[in-house]
Design a protein around this ligand. Structure first.
Ligand SMILES: Nc1nc2c(ncn2[C@@H]2O[C@H](COP(=O)(O)OP(=O)(O)OP(=O)(O)O)[C@@H](O)[C@H]2O)c(=O)[nH]1
Ligand SMILES: [Mg+2]
Length: 214
């Protein structure tokens, strides 16, 4: 393990996970217009100032990539978010950017914190550590910093573990958590990691967007 002297100075590339089925929504949720703008566009805009590059983890034939490089899963069969994270690590290693971690964010959480990367970064004490976001006592494993050094182990986990659950993968490595506060809005307290799964969630997101300027 290498100790990081000053985590804030580390450059972080990001990948947006959009390889899911949107089965609860019934149509590609990342591209639904939220306030007239595709949800994925909100996410890219929120992410871009925080990271050195953004890639999009989505299947071949994805209709709108917003000019981002498309990175498909390396294992077939929509094996869950961990397949997207593994694809992101694989992609970053090939890019050889000299970074120790990548950031992942999902494509269905448009209100995540503007200081997400800064705060996750500050929690890292070693280059082999995972850091994930927490709010209201709930962890959000798709919002995390992932060490490139874990790429091979994640790939193996993905190919051999039956359940392929992210939380099971954490047990194999040091995993830190960073807690983020709810945001007060006139529509009520907003979990910054509120994610859109169903048409009802989408209607709630539209309401929150009207009040959201953080
Ligand atoms: N690359 C990849 N990403 C996935 C996969 N499954 C889910 N995700 C992503 O992980 C994030 C959280 O997943 P969910 O909220 O379950 O989204 P989903 O799977 O599209 O939706 P449901 O079908 O309703 O479960 C989203 O950004 C998804 O795009 C997968 O098999 N591969
Ligand atoms: Mg799912």
């Amino acid at each position: 393990m290498t100790t990081i002297a000053n985590p804030e100075e580390l450059p972080v590339p990001a990948i947006v996970l959009a390889g899911g089925r949107s089965s609860r929504m019934g149509s590609n949720k990342a591209l639904l217009p939220l306030g007239g703008v595709p949800m994925l566009r909100h996410i890219i805009d929120r992410l871009s100032p925080q990271v050195t590059s953004v890639a999009l983890n989505a299947p071949p034939g994805w209709p709108e990539s917003f000019g981002l490089p498309l990175v498909p899963d390396t294992v077939a069969g929509q094996a869950g978010p961990i397949a997207g994270i593994a694809a992101g690590l694989h992609h970053a290693l090939r890019q050889d950017t000299g970074t120790t971690h990548i950031l992942t964010v999902p494509s269905d959480s448009p209100f995540f914190p503007a200081d997400l990367v800064l705060r996750l970064h500050a929690a890292i004490k070693g280059t082999d550590e995972i850091v994930i976001a927490v709010s209201g006592g709930q962890d959000h494993p798709v919002f995390g910093l992932w060490p490139l050094s874990l790429s091979a182990d994640m790939e193996m986990f993905l190919r051999t573990d039956e359940r392929r659950r992210l939380r099971d993968f954490f047990g194999r490595h040091v995993t830190r958590e960073v807690d983020f506060p709810f945001v007060e809005t006139p529509a009520g307290p907003l979990d910054p990691f509120f994610n859109v799964n169903t048409p009802d969630d989408f209607a709630r997101a539209q309401k929150f967007l009207e009040h959201f300027h953080a």
